[in-house]
Design a protein around this ligand. Structure first.
Ligand code: SF4
Length: 211
C-alpha cells in the first residue's frame, strides 16, 4: 500500500527532483523536499492545495507557510474554528489546526508553480493514500481546479459529473462532501477573482456541514 506521506528522497518526478537539487544547491538552509501534510489524520476536514510555493512551503516545510497564500487560508481557518493561534509565516509560530489537515496535490515545488500532468498523476498516489488514511474524513475543500481534478481522480469520481466552480458542493454517495474554491493565491486575490467574503463563504458552508 502506498504511503500517505512521501519519503524526502521521492524520485518519481525527474523534473521536480532536478529542481529540488538546484534549490538545495542555491538555498541550503531551505526545506527543499516533498512537503508533508500539516494536521492530524483523525481530522474531519481535509484542505487540498496545489503545490508548495518556492519561497513558501518549499522554504519552510509547512503547507501554505512563508508566502502570501497562507494569510487568507489560516485567518479563515481560525475564523471558522479549524485552527487556533496566530499565523506568522513560520513553522514555529505555534499555529495549530483543529479537526483539519492541509495537504497538496503535488508535494514538491514545481518551476513557476506549474506542475506537469504526469507529475500531478504521480503524486496522486500520495494524495489518494492521504485521504484514504483519514478515518473520520467528512469534508474536503479543494483549492483550485488542479486540486479539484486530482482529488476527484484520487477518489475515483467522474470529472464530468462534478464540475469545478467556486462555491460548488458535490455530494457523492458514501463519500466526504466536496467543496470547491478558487485558490487563495496572491494572483486571485489581487485580481479580485477571489475576495475574502467569497473564501469565507466556502468555509462557512464547511462549518455548517461539520457542526
Ligand atoms: Fe514524489 Fe510527489 Fe515529489 Fe513527484 S511531486 S517527486 S511524486 S513527492
Amino acid at each position: 500500500m502506498t504511503r500517505a506521506e512521501p519519503l524526502s528522497e521521492c524520485a518519481l518526478c525527474p523534473r521536480l527532483v532536478a529542481f529540488r537539487e538546484q534549490n538545495q544547491a542555491s538555498f541550503a538552509d531551505w526545506f527543499n523536499a516533498p512537503v508533508p501534510s500539516f494536521g492530524d489524520e483523525t481530522a474531519r476536514l481535509a484542505v487540498v492545495g496545489l503545490a508548495p510555493g518556492l519561497r513558501g512551503a518549499n522554504r519552510t516545510g509547512r503547507p501554505f507557510t512563508g508566502d502570501y497564500a497562507g494569510h487568507l487560508l489560516y485567518s479563515t481557518l481560525i475564523k471558522f474554528g479549524f485552527a487556533e493561534g496566530e499565523y506568522a509565516e513560520r513553522v514555529d509560530d505555534g499555529l495549530k489546526l483543529k479537526d483539519c489537515l492541509i495537504t497538496n496535490a503535488v508535494r514538491c515545488v514545481p518551476p513557476e508553480n506549474k506542475p506537469l500532468t504526469a507529475e500531478i498523476k504521480s503524486c496522486r498516489t500520495y494524495l489518494a493514500a492521504r485521504l484514504c488514511a483519514m478515518p473520520n474524513l467528512q469534508a474536503i475543500v479543494m483549492l483550485g481546479r488542479i486540486a479539484h481534478d486530482s482529488t476527484l481522480h484520487a477518489l475515483k469520481l467522474k470529472l464530468a459529473a462534478h464540475k469545478f466552480g467556486h462555491g460548488a458542493v458535490h455530494r457523492p454517495p458514501d463519500m466526504p462532501a466536496l467543496f470547491d474554491s478558487y485558490h487563495c493565491s496572491r494572483y486571485n486575490t489581487n485580481t479580485g477573482a477571489l475576495t475574502t467574503a467569497m473564501f469565507e463563504a466556502v468555509f462557512s458552508a464547511v462549518r455548517s456541514e461539520l457542526r
